[in-house]
Write a protein that binds this ligand. Structure first.
Ligand code: GZL
Length: 328
């Protein structure tokens, strides 16, 4: 049953929210749904799909946070990396009259109409992970990562290790039109501007292992062992590229050095094994923050429009040390 957002009643919301915090009598630190009233919060979550190890970790984090124990009834949809399916899922949530909608938008553009429909229906939207080009007035808040900084950190490693050597580089881009791919490309280009690193090619592998393998096979046929460095926008495309590199009789991590983004388990294992050379983390554990934002918005609280979760990076030695205790 859709709740009215206590719009403009921040004080009442704050009191309700505070009461929830004091209602330790529930024995579960106030985790009783919409800030203490005990009602279950129905949330529609429109996920991109299941394209990568990062996505699996993100989905797990979201399902854990939006659990019945935490006062939620979660309606989950994975859109197989197709925006039209994702928009259809959001429209379905609106028709079901959910209390709030969470979206991990596959691409930046194309969201204005359906976000307006949710707003007109009085259903607040929280974005997690990627961003949209639509006006900030059309959603309550966004929680995610600084993709441009991730690209910049990867570029700084390439510059530090290859500038001045006339190195040839190929790029595996993420999903075309996604904020993660667009912003990582921007950050990487900024960090490597003015170097003598030669970008031979840059094509999308759609953030998947299969996509990374297929595009890398094409690069190897075209450029062969002229390739010195691979920058992959995520671990999974880099892992797919490993198969192509080894099938071509080359040694990844040596003949072709590899820098990726995400730092999921399989990527960190490849780094520890010396097949990758550097990874920039992209933290997928956004569920708890997204759930807090939904509860605060429904309680009429004023929330930050943007929340950026910090990332780190890993060398081979750091990966070996971190692997045993990594949560994903
Ligand atoms: C980044 C996320 C990207 C990951 C990929 O926040 O949107 O999508 O880097 C995933 O692994 O597919």
């Amino acid at each position: 049953m859709k709740k009215k957002v206590l719009a403009g009643v921040a004080l009442l919301g704050a009191l309700t929210f505070a009461a929830a915090g004091c209602s330790s009598s529930t024995g579960d630190d106030g985790a009783s749904g919409d800030g203490g009233s005990g009602d279950v919060i129905t949330v529609g979550f429109a996920q991109t799909g299941s394209e990568s190890g990062w996505r699996s970790a993100n989905t797990e984090s979201m399902k854990e946070a939006f659990s019945a124990d935490n006062g939620f009834d979660l309606k989950f949809n994975a859109a197989d990396n197709k925006q039209e399916a994702q928009i259809a899922a959001v429209r379905s949530f609106i028709n079901q009259g959910v209390d709030a909608i969470v979206i991990a938008p596959i691409t930046v553009d194309g969201w204005d109409d359906v976000l307006k429909e949710a707003q007109d229906a009085g259903i607040p939207v929280v974005l997690e992970d990627r961003t949209v080009s639509a006006s900030e007035d059309l959603y309550a808040s966004w929680v995610g990562l600084d993709f441009e900084q991730e690209g910049k950190t990867a570029g700084e490693w390439v510059k530090e290790n290859f500038d001045g050597k006339g190195a040839n580089l190929v790029i595996l881009e993420g999903t075309t039109g996604s904020s993660a791919a667009l912003d990582r490309a921007t950050g990487f280009a900024e960090a490597t501007e003015g170097t003598d690193i030669n970008v031979l090619d840059s094509q999308t592998g759609d953030f998947t292992r299969d996509g990374g393998k297929k595009v890398m096979e094409g690069y190897l046929q075209k450029y062969g062992d002229d390739i010195d460095v691979l920058f992959a926008h995520n671990d999974d495309m880099g892992l797919g590229a490993l198969d192509a590199i080894e099938a071509a009789g080359l040694t990844p991590g040596k003949d072709i050095q590899i820098v990726t983004i995400d730092a999921v388990h399989d990527g960190m294992q490849a780094l520890a094994d010396g097949k990758f050379n550097f990874i920039v983390e992209c933290n997928p554990l956004l569920g708890e923050k997204a759930a807090d934002l939904v509860k605060a918005v429904l309680a009429g609280e004023t929330v930050e429009k943007k929340t950026i979760v910090p990332d780190q990076s890993f060398t081979q030695e750091q990966a070996i040390e971190a692997l045993p205790t990594r949560p994903y």
